[in-house]
Design a protein around this ligand. Structure first.
Ligand SMILES: C[S@@+](CC[C@H](N)C(=O)[O-])C[C@H]1O[C@@H](n2cnc3c(N)ncnc32)[C@H](O)[C@@H]1O
Length: 562
């Protein structure tokens, strides 16, 4: 057992670690006597690093492997600050920040986060995309996708699609579509023991063997989702070699068009341990010997070697075979995709297949309306990577401003929802809208993925939820506000985090605000929807009239702590 340590570690676990770690075992065990490390990651979708450093309310010590990550001093509760509610940072375990850094995401990429809830790594990817390209974020557990969608919205992500699917079904809809795929695999969670004692309890139930089966399926499917020359990052928060090096070796053996990209051993990362596979799993080692050594280039983050709970990361690079048959087949596939986008613009079946967030009532009146991007939108991002034939085709299609799809009257006031939405945008916003406008029942989204792609899938969010048509009017959504910059709203008001006004807003209180405080952008009246900002960063909507700011902060999101 774990002696006088705070965490009671399972005997089988310590025995195995003792055997594997040898003379490092003692310092590994000593790490369990220390408190877990807490971290936060700056959301550079909303605030630059320079600005954050200027206003940061806590002492910040950089996390060496993540340029936007900082250690949070013990005792500090970053969740209890208005900046958290303004989406300025995500609270994340430091070693969990490593995998996305290795994915090398660039603006314009098409990225898939296959096992994403509650969204720590997805929000990190979204910050790297900077609104350009596509993030499809998925989790197989419906309940967990609620937190995932909420985080995507709180952090102001505009170019994400949230799914609740099996990887298999996503692969059918998006064959070889993504140039970056993250698999933050469900695992036996040994790296979570110090942080969460429940993980110790569930260790036996989430046995290593069960996890291995899931991981193998997910990895195999990921290869079918990846575009030629793309990258898969596979990560776990466990130490078991079966789920780490042995898993990667088995994958490499099956998929000879992949190699491991070596992770630099900076920042205290330790190399992968192929020798442990040979020692613990000799049959598997023998089977995979020709590729096994490559796993030395993967990384292990150990709680006794760096300040973090522990993680394993592997970067798998697909080698594109130039001019080969399979290559040209894959590019055909990409071209087909843009054709699909155009072809299916009249398709209405997309809605019928969505399981959430449609209610029964929604389903009755469901319809799909899609229009081309609005004037001035960033067309290069509509189809993800702007290069290649597919990109050009999509650009051309996006160049048309005509409306497609039908605009029939809705139950809610016999109005044309697109016209009502357009009118709202004209009167309240000053920004180009990216992607397609998609209506789900009365809800309006801007989607970065062609709607036909989502047909048959369980869609939690087909895009950025911008608002809903209610009683013939467009009611802007909270996620719309979260993702806006002050300059993009015609009216805004700034509340200070220092004098308690921001917290009163976050608690849902009505505020008295003199007219002079409403900042106007362009020709407009003070009356109407106002973007409420905290120290200059969007937090939600208010509705201003005659010195009173009606609070539009959603009930489910409110500040409840004091
Ligand atoms: C380690 S957690 C992900 C944490 C997340 N990446 C983050 O950074 O916040 C693994 C997730 O995988 C999900 N999962 C389990 N099996 C899956 C499968 N076959 N396909 C997709 N997701 C799965 C679980 O529901 C769980 O939310």
């Amino acid at each position: 057992m774990s002696g006088n340590m705070a965490v009671q570690l399972p005997y089988m676990f310590t025995e195995r670690m003792n055997h594997l770690l040898g003379d490092q075992f003692e310092s590994f065990m000593q790490s369990y006597e220390q408190s877990p490390h807490a971290g936060l990651r700056v959301n550079t979708l909303k605030i630059s690093m320079e600005q954050f450093k200027e206003i940061a309310p806590f002492d910040l010590r950089p996390i060496p492997w993540c340029e936007t990550g900082f250690y949070v001093p013990h005792g500090v509760k970053p969740g209890l600050h208005p900046y958290y509610h303004a989406g300025l940072y995500y609270i994340q375990e430091p070693s969990a920040m490593a995998p996305v850094e290795q994915l090398q995401v660039q603006p314009g990429d098409r990225v898939l986060d296959l096992c994403a809830a509650p969204g720590g790594k997805s929000t990190q990817i979204a910050a790297k995309l900077q609104g350009k390209g596509v993030l499809v974020t998925n989790d197989i557990h419906a309940e967990r996708t609620k937190a995932l969608a909420k985080n995507i919205e709180l952090y102001g992500v505009r170019n994400a699609v949230v799914l609740n699917e099996s990887p298999e079904r996503i692969a059918e809809a998006f064959p070889h579509y993504f140039n970056k795929v993250l698999i933050d695999a469900p695992c036996s969670g040994e790296g979570m023991f110090r942080k969460d004692e429940d993980m110790v309890k569930s260790w036996e139930h989430h046995s290593v063997e069960k996890c291995v089966l899931m991981q193998r399926d997910i990895l195999e499917t990921a290869a079918r989702l990846l575009a030629p020359g793309g990258t898969i990052v596979y990560s776990t928060c466990t130490f078991a070699p079966e789920e780490n090096e042995a898993m990667i070796a088995a994958f490499l053996k099956q998929n000879r068009d992949f190699t491991v990209t070596t992770i630099a051993d900076t920042a205290g990362f330790a190399p992968g341990r192929p020798d442990w596979v040979r020692e613990m799993l000799p049959a598997q080692a023998e089977e995979t010997e020709e590729v096994l050594e490559q796993t030395r280039g993967t990384a292990r983050l150990w709680p006794h070697l760096l300040e973090g709970e522990g993680h394993y990361v592997a970067v798998l690079q697909h080698i594109e075979v130039a001019q080969s048959d399979s290559d040209s087949k894959l590019s055909e596939n990409v071209i087909d995709e843009s054709a699909l986008l155009n072809e299916s613009s009249e398709d209405r079946s997309f809605l019928r297949s969505a399981s959430y967030p449609l209610t029964k009532a929604d389903r009755k009146k469901e319809r799909l309306l899609r229009v081309e991007s609005r004037e001035g939108s960033d067309r290069g991002t509509r189809s993800g990577k702007p290069s290649g034939k597919a990109g050009r085709k999509a650009k051309e299609a996006g160049g048309r401003k005509s409306e497609r799809g039908h605009t029939r009257a809705t139950d809610s006031g016999n109005v044309d929802p697109l016209a009502v939405y357009s009118q709202f945008v004209k009167e309240n916003l000053d920004m180009p809208l990216q992607g397609e406008t998609v209506c789900y029942g009365d809800r309006v989204y801007q989607s970065a993925v062609g709607a036909s792609r989502l047909e048959g899938l369980k869609v939690v969010r087909p895009g950025w939820f911008v608002g809903a048509i209610k009683n013939g009017r467009f009611v802007p959504s909270h996620p719309l506000a979260c993702a806006l910059r002050t300059s993009e709203a015609r009216r805004s008001v700034n509340l200070s985090s220092a004098d308690g006004e921001a917290v009163r807003y976050l608690k849902g209180e009505t505020l008295n605000i003199e007219q002079e405080r409403i900042m106007l952008h362009g020709e407009t009246l003070s009356k109407g929807y106002v973007l409420v900002c905290i120290d200059g960063y969007a937090a939600g909507w208010g509705k201003w009239l005659d010195g009173v700011l009606k609070n539009e902060y959603p009930a489910g999101w409110r500040w409840t702590s004091r």
